[in-house]
Design a protein around this ligand. Sequence first.
Ligand code: COA
Ligand code: AMP
Length: 636
Amino acid sequence: MTVQDNSRYREVHARASRDPEGFWGEAAREIDWIERPAKIFDGSQGVYGRWFADGVCNTCYNALDRHVAGGRAAQVALIHDSPLTNTVTKFTYAQLLDEVKTLAAVMQDFGVVKGDRVIVYMPMVPEAVVAMLACARIGAVHSVVFGGFAAKELATRIDDASPKLILSASCGIEPGRIVKYKPLLDEAINLAKLKPQACVILQRPQETCSLMPGRDHDWAELRGNAMAAKKSAACVPVLATDPLYVLYTSGTTGIPKGVVRDNGGHLVALKWSMFNLYGIKPGEVFWCGSDIGWVVGHSYIIYGPLMHGATSIMYEGKPVGTPNAGAFWRVIAEHKAVALFTAPTAFRAIRKDDPNGEFIRKTDLSHFRTLFLAGERADPPTVEWAEQQLKVPVVDHWWQTETGWCIAGNPVGLGLLPVKHGSPTVPMPGYTVHVVDEAAKPLPPNTMGSIVIKLPMPPGCLPTLWNQDDRFREAYLTEFPGYYKTSDAGYLDDDGYVYVMGRTDDIINVAGHRLSTGGMEEVLASHPDVAECAVLGIKDALKGEVPCGFLVLKAGVTRPVTEVEKEVVALVRDRIGPVAAFKLAITVARLPKTRSGKILRGTIKKMADGDPWTMPATIEDPKALDEIGEALKGRV
Ligand code: COA
Ligand code: AMP
């Protein structure tokens, strides 16, 4: 590496590569183990080996009990700030522990034991954090489903995870509308083949719901009774390799992948990251502005900050409109957050509403040190604007649901490396990142290829997919033997900086949300009038990308095409959810294809994005592209 700096990064990364067991064994000393792991990595276990395989621990103990015992009982652990309900609620470590012990006991009363799955389908309320930690406490495996998904998506997850219990709420709140969760939950349970034994429902005052006798139970009532009876659940010892959670993420089909997270590796990696990557000291206030339904929310609203003894902010609001583009600065100033972690799209939204940063200048941000961005490519103009306005380092970092923590970033705690806009900087310790060609041969610097990670992955990364070792091998390990395939394309520069330019599969990234165009095509194709379709991500100034569907209608469909277009838009909202942001369907006479029948998605995308494009030599009929050009006029 030729970059000059005073960072300890190179020495630390080199040590982790040279002696991974020594490095992670040392990091594991930061965790309270019930039985310390004797073997740090066991290559003979699992699909590609397991970390800390004989260690015994409890994640909730490390997030709460150890801090209460260690002098942080009265420190605020969680601040729930909701401009949507005009409330700020704080929980000390002792209070949060009490809530968790109580809910964990309630769950045990329902017969939930170690290894059972519990689905958490909840909005951004503190009870959702309590629910996740309560699962961790008794060794149950939580699976959080994002509130913006529709009933069918929830049903798919219920069938895959077969939960004993579902924890949910009467409603979520989006600006200007109440999202009724209960009808979605009821429909999902109806659709699911495997029914949960019971549901515990948090009634929110903004919209209560009716409870189904026998199946549904009132959260507040159960909590009240359990508190009165002084019920409390102790931490259940689990193996480091036992699953802590399953989080579903978009795959290339409509069937999502259940990413498994273990207990031990996750504890060690996240605890390591809090200071070394994010530069946070215990006792400081950290704000991750994501949603608990995404991996970023799991790792850095809940587990990372709490394992570290920090104070975490949970925000039920938006970057703009709740009430204005100053919302983020208000939260940072009011709660004295030293760092914020959000998606670039949030900054694009703020910049659009407040281009000169007037709200920023009206707020005292003197204690604010670092902005972290992830979830999608951080476009250089947005990063530059944030740097100029905030006058603090802006750290782009790249990761995936599968890894659970950062693959490449700029480590604040180890000492920042020089920033290169457009790059999330360098691989974190434990990650050996290569860019390879189709034959898995490493490519020279500055050459685009597939980004892969040398096996084994570091602690914290997924060991497998839920009940699907074969799908895990097939999706991630087979194409490039010896490597994990990230499905991201990009390059490394001469200094070893990583550049992540886009996906190699049909995943698109809409406002930092990961979505499958294949899944949307399945929905479009199910419409009775649609003969053929293609969905692709097209550029969007705010959300980065938005989906755009092209429809070919069946012969004989005579009604106005706009009717069908409206219906498919509604169908995607109904089947996948509003989060898909599918608002544009365009009817064409045919889809441009190669002579072998492959839809020319890349060329269509370039046309829709207004990028230069050339006529593919393999095209079946060049006129089909002219027709696409015509159809796009006035629509994008
Ligand atoms: N429950 C129900 N519906 C939800 C929802 C939830 N939890 N979250 C989003 N939605 C809905 C929205 O209301 C919207 O519905 P609409 O089509 O009726 O307007 C739709 O899903 C799309 O939502 P979103 O992508 O959030 O767009 P938006 O226009 O409401 O807001 C931004 C745009 C940029 C402000 C917003 O996307 C944002 O804050 N992004 C940051 C994303 C982020 O932090 N990602 C985490 C990865 S690090
Ligand atoms: P998710 O699993 O939802 O976190 O989405 C992961 C995908 O988001 C990655 O595979 C990338 O395509 C994209 N992504 C996340 N962070 C970044 C980043 N910092 N730069 C570029 N792409 C990113």
